[in-house]
Design a protein around this ligand. Structure first.
Ligand code: MD3
Ligand code: FE
Length: 226
């Protein structure tokens, strides 16, 4: 298993924005690794799995703690699902829409998350939660931290599908200047260790529709939440 190539200091040399790709893992930060196109090897299993999840737990727009409707629609699979309402953010074992458990984590999801984390230097990652975000053109996610999980020592694995998006990759303080990283269909990013609590977000979705998925971007975020 190759170690991530060292391209330090990528964030100051502009290497993240290069239009070439040598197929090797790219280190974005001390414990953040970009695996360009890594999910493409799983795509024939991922898309039917998402359709199955969606048929039981459809995408819906949740309300934030601040009372705003999210522009991103979401659903979940796995033992725990991320939810928000006016009372705040939390993980629940059941879909509040149906009262039923969230759909099970498809085996291909677990394999992709585990394999990606291992390539990034986090062997043995076993997620219990997969948040599935759907962005239509104009949808965005403001800078935030992911801190509703019990254990920050596990990494987060993020899979981008469909339309391209600009990822904002900030620091530990909300006011730290955020770098921009374009993410394409099939890209996987793994965040762990000291980068696990970085602020991050997604600029409003724009650009041409994707040939396979149409005018949308779907993001899978794998976490160990419980
Ligand atoms: C960096 N989703 O659902 S995934 C989220 O593309 C979320 O839908 C975005 O942020 C999306 O919470 C970004 C990439 C990601 C996820 C978690 C991180 C990057 C992260 C945690 C720490 C640092
Ligand atoms: Fe997040």
């Amino acid at each position: 298993m190759p170690a991530p190539t060292d391209q330090t200091p990528a964030m100051t040399t502009g290497d993240l924005f290069a239009d070439h790709d040598d197929g090797q893992p790219q280190r974005l930060a001390e414990a953040a690794v970009l695996l360009r196109g890594h999910a493409l090897a799983f795509i024939d299993e991922l898309l039917p799995a998402i359709a199955g999840i969606e048929s039981r737990s459809p995408f819906r727009h949740m309300i934030t703690r601040g009372g705003h409707t999210m522009s991103v629609a979401l659903t979940n699979c796995g033992a725990l699902g991320w939810c928000t309402d006016q009372r705040g953010y939390r993980y629940t074992p059941a879909d509040p829409l149906s009262g039923l458990p969230w759909p099970a984590m498809p085996p291909a999801f677990t394999r992709l998350a585990r394999d990606s984390a291992a390539q990034a230097g986090f062997p043995g990652f076993l997620p219990d939660a997969c948040l599935i975000n759907r962005y239509l053109p104009g949808a965005r996610m403001g800078l935030h931290q992911d801190r509703n999980e019990r254990d920050f020592s596990a990494p987060i694995v993020s899979v981008s599908l469909g339309m391209s998006a600009t990822f904002l990759f900030g620091g530990l303080k909300r006011t730290d200047k955020a770098a921009r990283l374009p993410l394409f269909h099939g890209d996987v990013v793994v965040w762990g260790g000291p980068d696990r609590l970085r602020h991050h977000g997604i600029l409003p979705l724009k650009g041409p529709p994707h040939p396979l998925l149409g005018a949308q971007r779907i993001n899978l975020t794998f976490r160990k939440a419980g």
